[in-house]
Design a protein around this ligand. Structure first.
Ligand code: FES
Length: 112
């Protein structure tokens, strides 16, 4: 279960555990101070992580991470976004919002 705690004084908010991220390959938390946040491991086979707001900028579906394509892919109309949130395939025109993410004490934190 993902437990959501309020943002800390430094702006970081715990959004889940490293164990859940490892198990599922991605971690979605729908209840952060900034709304939905999706965290994935990238580049592949490293311990680095990236975080975006997974709300598609086309019509608001929730994008998922496709590891083979190293892209966020929208299931509704096929928009694709690079790991930095930039659009690589329409119909979306605006990038996904990105957040600074880090790991501390086996927890995943995102700066909201
Ligand atoms: Fe994502 Fe249309 S809502 S491509």
């Amino acid at each position: 279960q993902v437990t959501t705690t309020p943002p800390r004084a430094d702006g970081f908010q715990v959004v889940g555990t490293v164990a859940d991220l490892e198990k599922n390959g991605q971690l979605l938390n729908g209840e952060t101070a900034a709304g939905k946040v999706l965290i994935v491991k990238y580049p592949n086979n490293t311990s680095q992580i990236i975080a975006v707001n997974p709300t598609c900028t086309h019509k608001g579906c929730v994008v998922g991470w496709n590891q083979d394509q190293s892209s966020f892919v929208c299931p509704c109309h096929g928009s694709k976004f690079a790991s930095d949130g930039k659009v690589t395939n329409g119909p979306a025109e605006k990038p996904l919002s990105t957040y600074t993410a880090k790991v501390e004490d086996k927890e995943v934190l995102v700066k909201i």
